[in-house]
Design a protein around this ligand. Structure first.
Ligand SMILES: *[C@@H]1O[C@H](CO)[C@@H](O)[C@H](O)[C@H]1NC(C)=O
Ligand SMILES: *[C@@H]1O[C@H](CO)[C@@H](O)[C@H](O)[C@H]1NC(C)=O
Ligand SMILES: *[C@@H]1O[C@H](CO)[C@@H](O)[C@H](O)[C@H]1NC(C)=O
Ligand SMILES: [Fe+2]
Length: 445
């Protein structure tokens, strides 16, 4: 465990500066691109927004590195495994879908690392027009050795579910444990080390970056607070790799590999507001109803990737953390609903309140656009007659949702190859029975 070696800067999207302590003064002072950089480093800008974006959305970082990224052999196409951007592989399926926990490869069978273990489950849109999302599962058992991943298509929001992951990035190292999430933005090279059987979820967005949601009447504090987001500090290795270091580039939905003779994690110092970051979900300040009825689940939004339509997200990352339920004369579980958004849910640990059975950690559900869903029969019956007193909800549990305004297609892997689809899911609502009584009258006080 190398957590002790990982150090972080706190804040969300701030203008950070960091130098590896082994090279004091490596960050140029007073300008970004001096004629000669300290320590003989190369300056390289990584732009995360159009140059002309308004200030609040303008994102870029300057990296000072031993060799520039461009020093690599040409990219050649490589095998994509189960990673895809083909949204018409199988016929559309509007049903409620539920997956049992996705299978993690045993290392005795074959070695699978983070990149080869990526499987696309569903998604929509298009990397070329910069508008869309993909939801992937990763299941792996081996660290990436002399291999890094560079995503030209979009940002990865990574939700580890089983096994901690050590992510080395050009900006430094982050240890990310289940119940934490991290975001690696477009074009940031990273490599993933694992320490056993590892599984998690990835939300990829093309053409937007994750932001903290606006708080409106909530005020200046609450939900995910900026200070709890952690960005790694500069860390470099000056390592030559005679056998070849492989940079894998995801570009227009396909993978390409290129060889170079040195480690890409050669950034000695950097500054800027375009960085990878992580966040511990326990730090989320939960807002909820304290009188009656429900607030909509948008109160649980950690991060949002906005679309160009006001108020409509390409995708929101929403969590259902442990909290108190106190609403009076209210059916407290999530209400029955149909939504103009698509809802993918995953479970990091514990049991989800609206479905005690069937939805397990490491599995998932997809409730597509306007597909009805809600509590199963047991949950409905119990919650309709429960004595309402303040009680803890979701202790020991962390469920989350990727909610999207896209109507997502499920891949062939998701519907067939993975063999984890639970065909009996719809049956959890079959026992719902009628309570209607035409003779019912309001009771006279
Ligand atoms: C796709 O996933 C399946 C099951 O998850 C796996 O057996 C298969 O090897 C993968 N295919 C490729 C090409 O990696
Ligand atoms: C990484 O991706 C960026 C685009 O996001 C691209 O400009 C760059 O050439 C890639 N670099 C390497 C070394 O893969
Ligand atoms: C992969 O899984 C096997 C079996 O559970 C375990 O013994 C091994 O240590 C794991 N490999 C890695 C690299 O964690
Ligand atoms: Fe829902």
């Amino acid at each position: 465990n190398t957590e002790g070696r990982c150090k972080y800067l706190s804040g969300f999207g701030n203008e950070f500066s960091s130098e590896d302590p082994r090279c004091p003064g490596s960050l140029p002072e007073g300008q970004n691109n001096p004629q000669v950089c300290p320590y003989g480093l190369y300056a390289e800008q990584l732009s995360g927004s159009a140059f002309t974006c308004p200030r609040p959305t303008n994102k870029r970082s300057w990296l000072y590195r031993i060799l520039p990224s461009v020093r690599h052999k040409p990219y050649t196409a490589m095998h994509c495994g189960n990673l895809t951007e083909k949204w018409d592989e199988v016929e559309p399926d509007p049903n409620q879908l539920r997956w049992m926990p996705f299978t993690i490869p045993k290392s005795s069978e074959k070695k699978v690392d983070f990149v080869t273990g990526l499987h696309t489950l569903c998604g929509a849109g298009d990397t070329k027009s910069r508008n869309g999302i993909g939801i992937h599962m990763f299941t792996c058992n081996t660290s990436m050795v002399d291999r890094c991943f560079n995503n030209s298509d979009g940002d990865f929001l990574i939700v580890p579910q089983q096994g901690e992951i050590l992510i080395t990035t050009e900006f430094g190292k982050m240890m990310v444990e289940p119940n934490e999430i991290c975001v690696i933005q477009q074009g940031m090279r990273f490599s993933v080390n694992v320490f056993g059987e590892t599984r998690g979820y990835v939300l990829e967005v093309y053409g937007a970056h994750f932001e903290l949601p606006d708080l409106g009447p909530i005020g200046a504090n609450g939900l995910a607070n900026p200070r709890d987001f952690l960005t790694p500090v500069a860390w470099y290795e000056d390592r030559e790799v005679a056998t070849g270091y492989t940079v894998i580039n995801k570009y227009q939905g396909k993978l390409f590999s290129s060889q170079q003779v040195f480690s890409p994690f050669n950034v000695v110092a950097w500054h800027g507001n375009y960085t990878p970051y992580k966040y511990n979900l326990d730090n989320f300040m939960v807002i909820n109803c304290v009188a009656f009825d429900h607030a909509d689940p948008s109160i649980f939004t950690v991060l949002t990737a906005k679309s160009s339509r006001p108020g409509v997200a390409m995708a929101d990352f929403v969590i259902f953390p442990p909290r108190w339920g106190v609403a009076d004369h209210t059916f407290r579980p999530p209400y029955y609903h149909r939504n103009c958004m698509s809802e993918f849910m995953g479970l990091i640990k514990g049991h989800y309140e609206a479905k005690e059975e069937g939805f397990q950690p490491g599995g998932g559900t997809l409730h597509s656009m306007m597909t009805p869903h809600g509590p199963d029969r047991d949950c409905f019956e119990k919650s309709s007659t429960a004595l309402l007193k303040p009680e803890r909800v979701a202790d020991g549990t962390m469920a989350f949702m990727f909610e999207s305004s896209f109507s997502m297609a499920v891949t062939k892997w998701g519907l067939e190859t993975c063999q984890r689809l639970d065909k009996s899911y719809y049956q959890c609502w079959e026992p719902l029975r009628k309570h209607f009584d035409p003779n019912w009258r309001p009771s006279k006080q």
